[in-house]
Write a protein that binds this ligand. Structure first.
Ligand code: COA
Length: 386
């Protein structure tokens, strides 16, 4: 047995496993999926093609891509009792809670995928197709929109916009979302992917692994930074106030969302691409307000702290310009990352080893057990929950 060494808080820099799915070169600012640079994929491919790449480890032929597209279209529909359940959830529920519960309940209708250690590319496709439907059913109910149709002819990006906004996206809008989906599809052992792999490593199933991942992505330190970026822009209001607001925040040691990264020491390559899309969508909408504000925020944060933007800086501006409510930003992240989560779970099954790190114990070991009636009065416990 290896002697426990120093604690690596947050498992920072700990190499936990070997993977062929995703490589991040934090010094050069490169992100690679299965050998392909994200910049090429964002410029030349589609989300479906990237999902295929993550699952199969190679790019599809035209025929394989056509088959995948029609499969994803067919797999969108939820079992009727699940649709009814989602429609009856409290309308004020946080969307990520609905998504987590929806994934977990969908498993009850997919018994083959829910057995211990089971999971297939078919299950990965089912989840990737169904997540936007789960959210679409819920959001339409709370927003008073008409019920969702399957629309199998729509690409995942166009379906997502139709499901959430009940309108036909323009080509540019669908492409902007498609690029965002490509860029969020995988990111090595980020917290939610790690959670999925930990769950799979116990020989649990694909749906349980994705349920763990959705719960992990819900945390604001992982998903949700783009929502906070938009709150900051609302708070700033006009370009003249950027300098003052940002400097005040930094002086109070507050974090500016959308900046900094655990792995990238230079600009996150996803931010570079999304910056361009924020400008393109802003120009198409005749509204460059967010883009102009963000450029100025970037300038101040870089000058004052030397920090670079991450993927979350510009994505929220694109989603907002398309009319997507802020609380759906993290679900959209999940619609994309589910392709990576499932690829990692399937890879975990290929080379399974229970993930079980160890803790450095810092408590006492030799306390003497005192019978309950002989114990001195302790502090008053807080009230019970609820
Ligand atoms: N705004 C202001 N200061 C920041 C910062 C930010 N966004 N990110 C890091 N820093 C500062 C820290 O305050 C710290 O400064 P100090 O040494 O003076 O205390 C220093 O940079 C290092 O921070 P640390 O938390 O150790 O870096 P990390 O690598 O663990 O953090 C993040 C990575 C992503 C958690 C962090 O950059 C952050 O909180 N960013 C904002 C949230 C965000 O955008 N999340 C999405 C990530 S894709």
């Amino acid at each position: 047995m290896v002697e426990p060494s120093e604690v690596q808080r947050g498992l920072e820099d700990v190499v936990a496993l070997e993977s062929r799915i995703c490589f991040i070169d934090g010094r050069e600012g490169r992100l690679i999926y299965q050998g392909y640079d994200i910049r090429d994929l964002a410029a030349k491919s589609t989300f479906e093609e990237v999902a295929y790449l993550l699952w199969y480890g190679r790019l599809p032929t035209r025929g394989q891509l056509t088959d995948l597209r029609s499969r994803l279209g067919e797999l969108r529909r939820l079992p009727a009792p699940l649709t009814e359940r989602i429609e009856s959830m409290p309308l004020e529920s946080p969307p990520m809670d609905v998504l987590r519960t929806g994934v977990s309940e969908l498993a009850l209708f997919e018994p083959d995928e829910s057995r211990p250690g089971s999971g297939s590319i078919g299950g990965a496709q089912r989840l990737t197709a169904a997540l936007p439907t789960i959210m679409g059913v819920f959001h339409r109910k709370r927003a008073g929109l008409p019920p969702l149709k399957d629309r199998p002819e729509l690409s995942p990006a166009a379906y997502l916009l139709y499901a959430l906004l009940d309108r036909e996206p323009t080509e540019l809008e669908a492409k902007a979302i498609d690029v965002a989906l490509i860029l969020h599809a995988d990111h090595e052992l980020n917290a939610s992917t790690f959670a999925a792999r930990v769950t799979a490593s116990t020989l649990s199933d694909l749906y349980s692994s994705v349920t763990s991942a959705v719960g992990t992505l819900k945390g604001p330190l992982h998903g949700g930074a783009n929502e906070r970026v938009m709150e900051l822009l609302d708070q700033i209001g006009t370009p003249e106030l950027v300098e003052t607001v940002v400097r005040d925040k930094l002086a109070r040691h507050e974090r500016i969302m959308g900046f900094g990264h655990r792995v990238y020491k230079v600009e996150d390559p996803r931010a570079t691409i999304l910056r361009e899309w924020s400008r393109k969508v802003g120009e198409a909408k005749g509204n460059l307000r967010y883009y102009d504000l963000l450029r100025k925020v970037e300038e101040v944060v870089h000058r004052e702290k030397g920090l670079y933007p991450n993927v979350d800086l510009y994505s929220g501006s694109i989603y907002s310009l398309l009319g997507i409510p802020h609380d759906l930003f993290t679900p959209i992240f999940a619609f994309s990352r589910v392709s990576g989560w499932t690829a990692h779970v399937l890879e975990e099954y290929q080379d399974l080893r229970l993930i079980r790190p160890t803790a450095k114990y810092v408590g006492p070991t030799d306390l003497v057990y005192v019978p309950i009636d002989a114990r001195p009065a302790g502090p008053v416990d807080g009230p019970p929950p609820g």
